[in-house]
Design a protein around this ligand. Sequence first.
Ligand code: ARG
Length: 608
Amino acid sequence: KSNNPHFIMNGELKEDDAYSVCVQNSVQHLLDQAIKLAYPNNQNLPVIITPGKTSDYQCNSAMPIAQKLGQENAESPQNPKQIAQTIVQHIPKHPIIDSVDISGPGFINIHIAPTFVSKQIRKILLNGALPPNINSKNKKVVIDFSSPNIAKEMHVGHLRSTIIGDSIARLLEYLGYNVLRLNHLGDWGTQFGMLIAHLQDKFPEYLHNSPPIHDLLTFYKTSKKRFDDEPDFQKRAYQNVVKLQSYDPDIIHAWQLICEVSRRDFEYIYRELDIRIIDRGESFYQPMMEIVVDELEQKQLLKEEEGRKVWFLPGITVPMTIVKSDGGFTYDTSDMACIKQRLLDEKADWIIYVIDSGQSLHMQSVFAGAKLAGWINETSDVRIDHVGFGVVLGEDGKKLKSRSGEAIRLRDLLDEGLQRSLTKLKEKERDKVLSADELSKAQKSVAYGCIKYADLSKSRTAVYEFSFDKMLDDRGNTAVYMLYAYTRIRSIARNAGIKEETLKQKAAEIDLDFETDQREFKLAKCILRYSDVFVRLLDDLFMHALCEYMYQLATAFTDFYDKCYCIEKDKITGETTINYRRILLCEATANVMKQCFEILGIQPLQRM
Ligand code: ARG
């Protein structure tokens, strides 16, 4: 069941050229109607639809209904098979359903109508894979992802957040939401106090000349060491933080310089991976933090504890620290100001935080706090999700490190991916077939595609093992396999010399009676399931379901293509005949795959 309050699935099959039909939801809607008609006095009976074993969909409601009715009226025991029959009698006539039968103890098997299938495939051929019609118009989503920390390493955890967050944003944009992609940069912490103190010593001209911060990280390390070793330095660092938070012009200037260097580094990663994101770091919320602290004090929600102001929340043992003993604000404070801003100023309908699962207690506290402060009320239908994910480990099962034992720099990681992908392409002798430009495009597509797909194709909450060897494998559910499958499908029509216009014309004109060949019909119905998948993703935002679907589709395609000839040569006359219905089925498969790649942020190629 969807927990998305904006998401009202329109089960009625209104033919609309701008949208695709979500088949499972339509079936669900019809069976819901049937059950309500059959049992008008019982409005809360379960409607359970799953993909069928011997049919396209299956309704398993008769058994739990029998149980429920039996409990309510012990005198008249209920027979699930009879209940199934009663339900079937009440299913409204509808173009989507061809036939229905009952099997086993009371399973209702639903078969989809061939004419409906042809019509939908034709739509995919003429207009591409359109989104299903959900209630997303004018709904605003704020998605907080990536969010590395200035002057610190952008690590593999941030890479996961970047990849998962970008894919969710792409999904929601495709579905018609108004999406605001925010980079909640850590740009306002203690690290700046130390860095600036160091800058003051080593680059007294820092206000006029850009200091030579080639490697901000070493710079950060030195200042951290001084912070730990030199009490005077430490004192000055703390003073700088206070000055920063009160907008001292010199300190702000130095802070800006540091932020810029870091940003340049992040931007490289975003550009390479094709990520769009707007910077709005913790510093943005400084003025709001002051207001929030006043508000919480007025509402008497804070407690003094050893000079700190803390906030205890119902059901959560560790309180949030809202004001430190030196008067400074914390990560908790900035996230409280931030959620208030997103709720009340941005007027978000849906807020998504893509942050590692290690921060789930922090997120729970922030959500509970927002309720307690009254920024979310009982009747509000704002949806808030913490999209958590597991830690990244190397192949040795330990934290991912470089050969020299240091934390891996993301830039190095991407470079290694590029290098390995080129080696792989050369192994397959692609360099002999492709032009230099094509080869370099393939190199990038494979490298970044693999890094993204490997991350997205596993359940995000599980621990993630980073392995170039596994992700570059061309067998199984990997990006390389999918990318090649796509290219192969696209090449079928091209190799037969069929022009784009011819395909369009045939798509509009010829009979698409796939049901005359069960192998074709099976693939056609698998293609139509993409809408079901997109809608299901909205519930839990587990993107691996999309990769699983893609893999199923690729497998269904292989089954079809192994057995069904698209182009046949007459043994006697030597004449070739093109089976356009089958060629079009290949094209429809490719159209859907292309849309899936788009949502995963992967760039498929015509040739590779
Ligand atoms: N900068 C934080 C980190 O590296 C992530 C920020 C996530 N977003 C948020 N609103 N707390 O852990």
